[in-house]
Design a protein around this ligand. Structure first.
Ligand code: GLU
Length: 485
């Protein structure tokens, strides 16, 4: 087999979405698993909707996820340029060839004429398609249209009674009836090629061997195959990976959570979690293991385990996978990611200095086991910031009304004051000795101190919390809580 060359070919018409990132990942993994090349091509022929900003967002997101490409818009390569609007001369050569061999023709039909044809077909219950009015225009007719100032499009002449068979790497054999496909436009009247044509010219000139993309493109495939066949070009292998649906099994959309990868990045999901999660959207790992690093995915990935059934985007699953990586992450990395969230929530007013960052790193180590993604830190930060506490609810108040509470807090404050250094270990010792000296069970010591230190009955481990608060803040909090009774 010739060397594998695969591509991800996004249209830069918006931020990189989950589905596209999944296509990119599958191509990347396939290239790396087979020792092939991964190409990043930008399909920007929709001049109105394409933007360099979206293009940049796509590249940034893919790099953040840990993908690299061997050829592409920004890195160049032997088959460039890799941006479609810079390849118009190449499309022109292929258009000319198709026109010369009679596989394409100029069509002068106006929008109104096409709309009327469409409606007519729909009212007859037929598939709307172009019926070929301009297929065999005489020189006379062409001259007349030109004289009227009509600007033609170029249409592909779809052969009649032709079965188009595709042996899809994921879906198996799929066949299409050419009679249901009208002659389709390959070059618009402004000279810009359409997707189905440009993609064939690019895939063939870039020597793409496998076209791996979302199932939503399956219906485009027969059109593309017809163009390859008309030009006598080798047809690449196709693999259409399953659609991604929301949990309610309707097509994945904003309603199911954000579709843009950047959104998850901003929320504080780690790239390795997103990669792991999207790898499982349409690919089933061989064993029980569900956590995979990029390296492990490269080792395990294959199209033989790509699923035909739609994949379901399940937020709970994403959070489950994500928390696994958050637990494993270096606290300093989490601290860096937490800063914007703490600034936004008002816990920080500026980027912390070295000492502040060290403290934040310790705080993240104390909370990382509770987080699905870093952005959730805002929900836990209240435990760690602030000199005073406010008693939350009647339960907290009741806890502090226990008769053992004044001696407990008093002895705790005394021992706190006397402690040489506060570490989780020394704090554990203090808490233990308070109970021992007052002959009280663990809960009778922990609960009131928890409430006195946080205002709440649930929260982080006291031995993690107290060293982070420091002597002074811890004492201030206990006193302020007791005053609220
Ligand atoms: N530009 C197309 C898209 O973004 C690419 C389709 C393909 O891979 O052929 O959906």
């Amino acid at each position: 087999m010739s060397k594998v060359r695969v591509r991800y070919a996004p249209s830069p018409t918006g931020p990189q979405h989950i589905g596209g990132a999944r296509s990119a990942l599958f191509n990347f993994l396939y290239a790396r698993a087979t020792g092939g090349k991964f190409i990043l091509r930008i399909e920007d022929t929709d001049l109105e909707r394409s933007s360099r900003e979206s293009e940049q967002n796509i590249l940034t997101v893919l790099r953040w996820l840990g993908m690299t490409w061997d050829e592409g818009v920004d890195v160049g390569g032997p088959f460039g340029p890799y941006r479609q609007t810079e390849r118009l001369d190449t499309y022109r050569i292929y258009t000319q060839r198709l026109l010369e061999i009679g596989a394409a023709y100029h069509c002068y039909c106006s929008e109104e004429e096409l709309a009327a044809e469409r409606e007519e077909l729909i009212s007859r219950g037929e598939t709307p398609r172009y019926l070929g009015k301009c297929r065999n225009l005489t020189t006379e007719q062409i001259r007349e249209y030109e004289a009227q100032g009509r600007k033609p499009v170029v249409r592909f002449r779809v052969p009649e009674d032709h079965e188009i068979k595709v042996n899809d790497l994921v879906r198996g054999e799929v066949s299409f009836d050419s009679n249901l496909i009208g002659d389709f436009v390959i070059v618009k009247s402004d000279g810009i090629p359409t997707y189905n044509f440009a993609v064939v010219v690019d895939d063939t000139t870039m020597e793409i061997t496998h076209v791996l993309r979302g199932e939503e493109h399956l219906s485009n495939t027969p059109r593309q195959v017809l163009i390859y066949q008309a030009l006598n070009l080798p047809v690449p292998e196709f693999g259409h990976i399953s659609l991604i649906l929301g949990k309610d099994r309707s097509k994945m959309s904003k309603r199911h959570g954000s579709v843009s990868v950047a959104h998850y990045r901003e929320q504080g999901y780690l790239p390795e979690a997103i990669v792991n999660f999207i790898a499982l959207l349409g690919w089933a790992p061989p064993g029980e293991e569900e956590f995979f690093s990029m390296e492990e995915l490269i080792g395990a990935f294959g199209l033989d385990r790509a699923a035909k059934n739609p994949a379901v985007f399940d937020m709970d699953k994403l959070n489950y996978i994500s928390s696994h990586y958050i637990k494993k992450a270096e606290p300093s990395r989490l601290a860096e990611l937490a800063v914007p969230h703490l600034l936004e929530a008002g816990f920080l007013t500026e980027h912390p200095d070295t000492a502040g960052f060290k403290w934040l790193t310790r705080m993240m180590a104390a909370v990382q086991e509770y987080l699905a993604y870093v952005g959730q830190v805002a929900e836990y930060a209240r435990f760690f910031f602030g000199e005073e506490v406010t008693l939350q609810g009647s339960e907290a108040r009741e806890v502090l009304q226990g008769e053992q509470v004044p001696p407990v807090t008093e002895l705790f404050l005394k021992k706190l004051e006397e402690a040489a250094e506060l570490t989780p270990e020394t704090v554990k010792g203090i808490l233990k000795s308070v109970g021992k000296e007052l002959k009280l069970g663990g809960k009778q010591v922990f609960m009131p101190l928890r409430v006195a230190l946080t205002g709440e009955t649930q929260g982080p481990e006291l031995y993690n919390l107290i060293p982070l608060l420091g002597k002074e803040t811890a004492a201030n909090r206990v006193r302020s809580a007791m005053k609220q009774l």
